[in-house]
Write a protein that binds this ligand. Structure first.
Ligand SMILES: [Zn+2]
Length: 174
């Protein structure tokens, strides 16, 4: 389906295609559906634990979302990046919303480890042919291990979040 969004008139949306694969149960990178988006692992795992959080609706800017959905999406992204940090023992999380290639709003969540690039800096300083050289789908045991780790961390983070909501509701009932 072509979309028209400012200068990004276009083209077929690859992220909508990936979401369709999730809905058809055919996306091997899929980890979890949340209220506002889908959690998937990156195709390449050169930076092990590279995770994406895809907005459910085709918008190309955060401000195109209705206010309540925007806040919920930001909150859920924060929970996903927390789970990513725990699952992959990050020394630092990198969180990016770019969309210059595929404009559909999606977060890049990179668990970073000390010394994982030649000099401290963004992952994008790594040559593309290196960074995207290993499509992890070719190593299903590794992909499944990473998905299991992220899923378990998500369970933990979402449980804590639900408990916080419960406590808040109790307090509001006073
Ligand atoms: Zn899209």
């Amino acid at each position: 389906m072509p979309f028209k969004e400012g200068n990004y008139v276009t083209k077929h949306c690859l992220i909508c295609d990936r979401i369709k694969l999730i809905q058809d149960n055919k996306n091997p990178y899929f980890v979890r559906e949340l209220n506002t988006g889908y959690v998937v692992l990156g195709d390449s795992q050169y930076f092990e634990g590279y995770t994406l959080f895809l907005e459910k609706h085709h918008v190309t800017e955060l401000h195109q979302l209705a206010p309540a959905e925007k806040l919920a999406f930001l909150e859920e992204m924060s929970l996903v990046q927390e789970a990513c940090a725990k699952a992959f023992h990050a020394d630092k999380m990198n969180i990016e919303l770019l969309g210059n290639g595929d404009a559909h709003v999606h977060w890049h969540l990179f668990p970073r480890h000390n010394g994982d690039t030649a000099q401290p800096g963004p992952v994008w300083w790594t040559p593309m042919d290196v960074m995207f050289s290993d499509d992890v789908v070719k190593d299903m045991p590794r992909l499944n291990r990473l998905k299991t780790a992220l899923s378990a961390a998500l369970d933990e983070v979402l449980k804590v979040r639900a408990t916080e909501d419960g406590v808040k509701n109790l307090n509001q009932g006073d």
